[in-house]
Structures are given as C-alpha cells and as structure tokens.
Write a new protein. Structure first.
Length: 139
C-alpha cells in the first residue's frame, strides 16, 4: 500500500503542471511530451497558430505594398527626397523594407526594386534599382 502511494506521488509529481496548450485542461498521464488533451484541441491550436502567422505575414506584406506605392508615386512625381515626417503623413512606415545594406556611411534600404538612403530624419536618393544599375539603358 505504501509502495503504491509512493509511485502515485511520483507520477503525480511528473504530471503536475502539465496542461493542454489549447483548452488548459490538466493532461492525463501518458507521454511526457504530450501537449494536448485531444486531437480536436491539437487541430484547433495548430489552426489558430497558422492563422496568426498568416495574418502577421499579410500585415507585413500590406505595409510593404503601401511603402512601395508611396515610393513609386514619389519617383513618378520627380521627388527623390522627403522628410520622414512627410512620409509618415503619407502612411510610409520606415521600419519595413525588403533589404538593407551600408554604402559607405550611408544606410541604404530597398522596397522590392526601389532603393533609397535612410537617415534619422529623411529618406533620399529614391530610385528604381534598374535606373541605378544601368542608367544609360534608361536614357
Ligand atoms: Zn484541450
């Protein structure tokens, strides 16, 4: 009888604090790496997780699309430099870009095929990459 209680307390100690990641139900004893109480909870948790990831990717893609549209409109308008305050007013988010690199001391950013120099107060030298790589072809 005593042995049973000792074993039970050991098992109980291992199981204590293990809860289903989806519903929070205390997990029955079983595999030590078990995370869910049921297949339904496992599916629900994974669907929710993927939805969250997908929404996060869509949000970033939306910000990049908007940045690109703003930069593209600036180029078309012949504007190659603008203060960040003005860009912010247009809805530009300087935290998002598709690439960044240093050109000497200059902090360069890219939004797809548009390149620009970013400083703490403005962006400048906004241009399509292909006009920089082969300016003679464009002329
Ligand atoms: Zn559950």
């Amino acid at each position: 009888m005593v042995k049973y209680n000792e074993e039970y307390s050991i098992l109980d100690g291992e199981g204590y604090g293990e809860y289903c990641l989806e519903c929070g139900t205390e997990l029955p004893f079983g595999r030590p790496d078990r995370k869910f109480c049921s297949r339904e909870c496992k599916n629900r948790w994974h669907n929710g997780h993927h939805t969250k990831t997908r929404n996060s990717k869509l949000r970033v893609a939306h910000v990049l699309e908007k940045n690109y549209r703003i930069l593209s409109n600036l180029i078309v308008s012949g504007i190659t430099s603008l203060p960040l305050t003005g860009l912010s007013f247009l809805g530009f988010n300087p935290l998002y870009s598709t690439c960044s690199y240093k050109a000497g001391h200059r902090e360069m950013r890219m939004c797809f095929d548009i390149v620009y120099c970013l400083t703490p107060t403005k962006i400048s030298d906004i241009a399509y990459v292909d006009t920089i790589l082969s300016p003679r072809d464009k002329a």
